[in-house]
Structures are given as C-alpha cells and as structure tokens.
Design a binder for this molecule. Structure first.
Ligand SMILES: Nc1ncnc2c1ncn2[C@@H]1O[C@H](COP(=O)(O)OP(=O)(O)OP(=O)(O)O)[C@@H](O)[C@H]1O
Length: 228
C-alpha cells in the first residue's frame, strides 16, 4: 500500500540563548492508511516537535514531509492552513475545546471553517455524536462534561472533515486508565474503519498496546525497533 505520509530526514533545531537544541536530528518514517502508530520517547525526545512538523504547524530546517503526494515544503502558509483544516485532524491532551459552545457545536467548528452546507454539517455532526457515544450530551458545554467525554468531543471534532491523517499528542494524558482505555479503543476503531492514518505521541502503555506499530524517539532520532 502506498504511504499516506512520508517523513524524510527531517531536522528541526531551536536556538535557546547561546545554545542550539537539536529537537529532530534526521527523522524518517512513513504511515499507510488504516494504521495507528504510537510515538513513544522520554520527555524532550522530540515527539511534539515531530507532530507539529508533520501537521504543518511548524516548518522543518531540513528534510521533507509529504502528505497524499504533496510536499509541505512547497506550500505557502495559506496552503498549510488549508491542509490543516481539511486533511489533518489534531487531538491534544488539553482537548482544546471552545468552552462557550456545546459538544455538538464544538464538533461542527471545523466544518463551519470549511463552509460545509448546514444540512450536511448537521448530518455529519449527528453521525459523529453517535459514533463517540455522546448523543445524550450533545447540548452540554465542555465544563459540564467529564474528561473522557471532553476527549471524545475533541476526537469527533478532529474527525469531522474526514481527515486522512490524525495527529494526537498525549490524548489520554488527562484521563483515568479506564476512561483512557475506552478513548483509545474508540480511536483505533475509528482509524481502522475510516482508513485514516494516526500518529499518536504517548506515555500511555495501554495506548501503546493498541497501536499497530510503535516508533521510539530518542534525542530527536527514531531508534531501531527492538527485536522480539
Ligand atoms: N519552541 C521551542 N524553542 C526552543 N526549544 C524548543 C522549542 N520546542 C521544543 N523545544 C525543545 O526541543 C526538544 C524536544 O521537545 P518536544 O516538546 O518535541 O519533546 P516531547 O518529546 O514532546 O516532550 P514531552 O513528552 O515532555 O511533551 C526539547 O529539548 C525542547 O526543550
């Protein structure tokens, strides 16, 4: 199967005062549709930096990211913004929901940004509320939902435009282990069903056990997979 995402020798360095931090020191990987890949590594190993570069939130200093055959390095800022709106979904540890909107309205936000017609938008939001099991809570605001419910809203929102690629940074970090397990199982099923690819940075052993593949980052480099 041809890859949906390829990351080729990506380098990202940051200046911190007089010193240089090599956050990514030549990372290469690829993701095919339908796989959930866990990205593990110690704090500071470069996981968030890699997700940001793959999703076009940050530009690398070297190397290339290709999504669906399109090179991100050739896109201007408007092109990257279009990519993020339509083809890449982000799920963050802190959920990132708008506090004054209901669950239903939060899920619909990316579709509003894409100017999806209202009837189609409503249909898609209803479908997602059903998929993540939040129909009874559709009109509640984030502050009236549990952590697991908020994370399910965030996942539904990320999936609303049917992105080919889902990027998640510690999506279970704020959840107790049982809720985390529910969210991870849901995430995996959604990725498999929609043939999306997901790259998920995590410290969570349960999430790692649900992944199709695990990539280990160490000091900004992917380590060879341990032999089993
Ligand atoms: N904007 C920035 N400016 C300077 N240094 C940065 C910046 N962003 C990241 N870094 C540095 O790059 C390295 C990698 O950081 P990154 O956040 O990607 O790690 P991480 O693996 O996601 O860590 P954690 O698990 O704690 O979230 C760290 O040394 C960090 O301090």
């Amino acid at each position: 199967m041809s890859p949906l995402v390829t990351v080729d020798d990506v380098v990202r360095t940051f200046r911190r005062g007089p010193s240089t931090v090599h956050a990514l020191g030549g990372v290469s990987l690829s993701l095919v549709p339908g796989e959930l890949v866990a990205l593990v590594g110690r704090s500071g190993s470069g996981k968030t930096t890699l997700l940001n570069v793959v999703g076009g939130l940050d530009r690398p200093d070297g190397g290339e990211v290709t999504i669906d055959g399109e090179k991100l390095g050739s896109m201007d800022d408007a092109g990257l913004q279009r990519l993020r709106r339509g083809r890449v979904g982000f799920v963050f540890q802190s959920f990132g929901l708008l506090p004054f909107l209901s669950a239903r309205e939060n899920i619909g936000v990316p579709l509003r940004m894409l100017r999806t017609p209202a009837t189609e938008r409503d249909r898609r939001v209803d479908e997602l509320l059903h998929v993540v099991g939040l129909e009874p809570h559709a009109e509640q605001r984030p502050g009236e939902l549990s952590g697991g419910q908020q994370q399910r809203v965030a996942i539904a929102r990320a999936l609303a435009p049917r992105p080919g690629l889902l990027l998640a940074d510690e999506p279970t970090g704020q959840l107790d282990s049982e809720t985390g397990q529910t969210v991870v199982g849901l995430l995996r099923d959604l990725v498999h069903d929609a043939s999306s690819a997901a790259l998920v940075a995590t410290h969570d052993e349960t999430l790692v056990s649900y992944a199709d593949r695990v990539l280990h980052l160490h000091d900004g480099r992917i380590e060879a997979a341990p032999q089993d």
